[in-house]
Design a protein around this ligand. Structure first.
Ligand code: ZN
Length: 56
């Protein structure tokens, strides 16, 4: 199952998410970024970085 770890994009954070659906996963990551890292919107650069960090 695809998985994402927050630390793979350089955050000192233990958050990780596993989801079959990548769009759903991006939404969960966006919510986490907002709540935990005060990232109000994910830039295209950030989005690319996240997609590369997702392990299939
Ligand atoms: Zn995090």
């Amino acid at each position: 199952m695809p998985s994402f770890k927050c630390k793979d994009v350089g955050m000192a954070c233990k958050f990780e998410v596993k989801d079959e659906n990548q769009d759903e996963m991006m939404q969960i990551i966006a919510m986490h970024g907002d709540k935990s890292h005060n990232i109000k919107s994910i830039s295209p650069e950030m989005s690319e970085k996240i997609k590369k960090a997702i392990k299939k």
